[in-house]
Design a protein around this ligand. Structure first.
Ligand code: PLP
Length: 381
């Protein structure tokens, strides 16, 4: 099947080179069946019983993702939230978890409500302040430290290796939401993390037409087995067609991410010069506080996500978003088309997101078209 000597870009382009042995098709077939034949002697020798547990269409994207992240095993889920919440649901009531102050807002909201009500003890911390991380860890009681890097929507970078060392010293695992970095730019497991999470809805699929999630583990252990079992018990599985689309999307991951990164850098530089922009939040800019760490931890680019803060505050920001013609005014990120969003309207009062902020998910269009559209919108349309 896949060749371990291939570079990650080649592994992705060929989805590990898998073909269909029966027909010779270079694309694996879809399996819509929800159930599988039992052998006459009552065993399931072919290994599959029921599609809430598994589908043959999961094998290729899971193997590819495990290869790209250099993990032992991967699992795909029905959404990024299903993947992320499984990491917490596999813990036990009374366990302590540490999360970042800046992170995907919907996961934070779930952790601060349902997860706490269910018995997890949840503390947030500034993940860039290692002394604060050290101080908040409770050796023996802290079971999971959650990192998101670059983090939504301010694009702070967390030092994965440094946080992993602290967390492991306290007996905790480290999980990284690497949705915005993608395995093209960062491989958290090599840096010491235990689990990587992706909203595969974003860059992995890349075409804004699938909701999916994924986890990759460095080493399969009891905790991972609990996560695997949760997927079956909760039924948070992807449909076969979505798994097929995800596999297809991942084949172009590298070229899409490379173009998005190059575009984002050009846009960040242009926005820095724009008289209507107060601040550009992008770790690729040399003067940003996270730049040095980002340059060390991210290879080949700084991601396709950036935010701009608009002079004139919330109303001016919403007005500028209303005036774009090429950018699509929509939530989400990581697709081939560029999206713009007044993020404060989404995240609400608990969020650290300033109300003058527009979040930009940069796609693969020509950078000059994207810049020209932003410039005319910022000028007043
Ligand atoms: N993590 C990040 C960084 C996200 O941006 C999102 C979705 O926007 C999620 C997790 C949740 O993923 P999903 O929408 O696939 O459930």
């Amino acid at each position: 099947m896949g060749d371990d000597d291939w570079t990650p870009q080649t592994q992705a382009a060929q989805a590990l080179g898998w073909t269909d042995a029966e027909t010779g098709a270079v694309v694996k077939p879809l399996h819509p069946s929800t159930t599988y034949l039992r052998d006459a002697d009552n065993l399931y020798r072919r290994g599959r019983q029921y599609a809430r547990a598994d589908n043959p269409g999961f094998d290729q994207p899971q193997a590819l993702l495990a290869a790209l992240e250099q993990g032992a095993e991967a699992l795909i889920f029905s959404s990024g939230m299903a993947a992320a919440t499984s990491c917490f649901l596999a813990l036990r009531p009374g366990d302590h978890v540490v999360i970042p102050e800046v992170m995907y807002w919907s996961l934070r909201a779930w952790l601060k409500s349902y997860a706490q009500e269910w018995g997890l003890v949840v503390d947030s911390v500034d993940m860039s302040n290692l002394d604060a991380v050290r101080a908040i860890l409770q050796p023996g009681r802290t079971k999971l430290v959650w990192i998101e890097t670059p983090s939504n929507p301010l694009w702070h970078i967390t030092d994965i290796a440094a946080v992993a060392e602290l967390a492991h010293g306290a007996g905790a695992r480290v999980a990284v939401d690497s949705t915005c970095a993608t395995p093209v730019l960062t491989r958290p497991l090599i840096l010491g993390a235990d689990i990587v999470m992706h909203s595969a809805t974003k860059y992995l699929n890349g075409h804004s037409d699938v909701i999916a999630g994924a986890l990759v583990v460095r080493e399969s252990d009891d905790y991972w087995q609990r996560i695997c079992s949760l997927r079956v018990r909760l039924g948070s599985v992807l449909g076969p067609f979505e798994a097929y689309l995800l596999t297809r999307g991942m084949r172009t991951l590298f070229v899409r991410v490379q173009v998005a990164c190059a575009n984002a850098m050009k846009i960040a530089l242009a926005m820095q010069e724009n008289p209507h922009v107060a601040e550009v939040l992008y770790p690729g800019l040399a003067h940003r506080p996270d730049h040095e760490l980002a340059a060390r931890q991210m290879q080949g680019g700084f991601g396709g996500m950036l935010s701009i803060r608009i002079k004139g505050g919330e109303r001016a920001a919403i007005r500028a978003a209303a005036a774009v013609k090429l950018w699509k005014r929509a939530t989400s990120l990581g697709g081939v088309e560029s999206l713009i969003e007044h993020r404060g309207s989404v995240e609400g009062a608990e969020s650290p997101c300033p109300m003058d902020l527009l979040r930009l998910s940069v796609g693969i269009e020509a950078a000059e078209d994207l810049i020209a559209d932003l410039e005319q919108a910022l000028k007043g349309g």
